[in-house]
Design a protein around this ligand. Structure first.
Ligand code: NAD
Ligand code: ISE
Length: 336
């Protein structure tokens, strides 16, 4: 079988991590090309793995030597690259967000509808996390009965000085938006964002944490604490209250140390430790989908719905109050 050649656009933190994961596997897919506006970063990555550097993302996408594209550059650049990859009939993995506006996401959905083919997998890696998958299995078994409530927390130990309250929504809460839709199979119909008093660890002029309330189409209520400056470590929790049972997302490997009248448990510092296995399975699933010639996993409709919900959350954050999300029916092309 002919090897499938992948080009990565964006060789920062996330791009390099995913390139490494693919490079470590002997497989029918091979990363062969990179591009980054930071030429030095692209060259460093290329030197590590023997890749060809393209001066621009556009050239990489158009190249006859690239069969599939991974977009891991900054969020604002995703829309253009994804649309271009579709126009060149090339499958594309796109980190979240699919685009920074719902209109941008809709352009991508429409491009796929016009082509009559799905091209895109969006980087909502939590769907590949085995702990979330186990939680979903229990929920799907109906052992817990109908879901009534979900309590979620997403806590970053710390973030950079330029991190804003808006980013708590678009960079952090967006993961809860996607995972809640995936776990329940229900759309989010209304959102409200509350601003608790801000932590002393928050950046200037920001509200860390934010508290979100999502109403699902079947009446389930979800609350989400998203804290960019939790200080103690990185943690993601999810407790689902059903009619018959309460089901909780398992935590990290529970190595505990009992000493000096205290019991201590390991907590990660970063999402990369917590979701290591999920990133691996996510990118290998994309590689597998290239072989099958059929995009699987979170798709551009999921990217679009995430943008609809983050827009509504941002409106609530800035204007206050409960915001309806005007749900759209999933087009047939995106029904699995
Ligand atoms: P980063 O800043 O480390 O890397 C981004 C790279 O993109 C930089 O090297 C930058 O020079 C490059 N770039 C910017 N504009 C470009 C352009 N027009 N063309 C080519 N390259 C360009 O950022 P990161 O942390 O790697 O994040 C990248 C993306 O991955 C973001 O969309 C982010 O939201 C996403 N991300 C997702 C997860 C996850 O858990 N799914 C985790 C981290 C980051
Ligand atoms: C980061 O950008 C991610 O996407 C991680 O998955 C998330 O857990 C973290 O909070 C974000 O900052």
């Amino acid at each position: 079988m002919k090897c499938i050649r992948i080009g990565f656009i964006g060789t920062g933190f996330q791009g390099r991590d995913l390139i490494r994961r693919l490079a470590e596997k002997e497989s029918y897919v091979k990363v062969t090309a990179v591009s980054d506006i930071n030429r030095e970063s692209a060259q460093e990555t290329a030197d590590l793995y023997g890749l060809k550097v393209y001066a621009t993302g556009q050239e990489l996408i158009a190249s006859q030597e690239v069969d599939a594209v991974a977009v891991t550059s900054w969020g604002e650049t995703h829309e253009e690259y994804v649309l271009q990859a579709i126009a060149h009939n090339k499958p594309v993995f796109c980190e979240k967000p699919l685009a920074t506006t719902r209109e941008g996401c809709m352009k991508i959905v429409k491009a796929e509808l016009d082509a009559g083919k799905k091209y895109v997998q969006v980087g909502f890696m939590r769907r590949f996390d085995r702990r979330y998958q186990d939680l979903k299995k229990v929920l799907d078994s109906k052992e817990a009965g109908n879901i009534l409530l979900m309590h979620c927390a997403h806590r970053n130990k710390e973030v950079g000085a330029t991190y804003t309250s808006d980013m708590v929504v678009t960079d952090m809460m967006v993961h809860e938006i996607d995972i809640v839709r995936w776990l329940t199979g229900k759309e989010i119909m209304a959102v409200q964002i509350l601003k608790p008093k801000s932590s002393i660890h928050a950046n200037q002029n920001t509200n860390f944490p934010l508290y979100g309330i999502f109403e699902l189409e079947d009446g389930t209520i979800v609350d989400v604490e998203a804290n960019a400056a939790a200080y103690f470590g990185y943690e993601v929790t999810c407790e689902v209250v059903g009619e018959n049972a309460v089901v909780s997302l398992p935590q990290m490997n529970p190595v505990t140390v009992k000493a000096k009248n205290k019991k201590e448990e390991f907590l990660p510092s970063l999402w990369t430790e917590r979701f290591d296995q999920a990133y691996e399975d996510e990118i290998l699933a994309w590689a597998e989908s290239l072989k099958k010639g059929k995009a699987d996993g979170p798709d551009s409709f999921d990217g679009y719905m995430a943008a609809v919900c983050t827009d509504a959350c941002l409106q609530s954050l800035h204007e206050g109050g409960r915001i309806l999300t005007d749900k759209m029916e999933r087009p047939n092309l995106f029904i699995k």
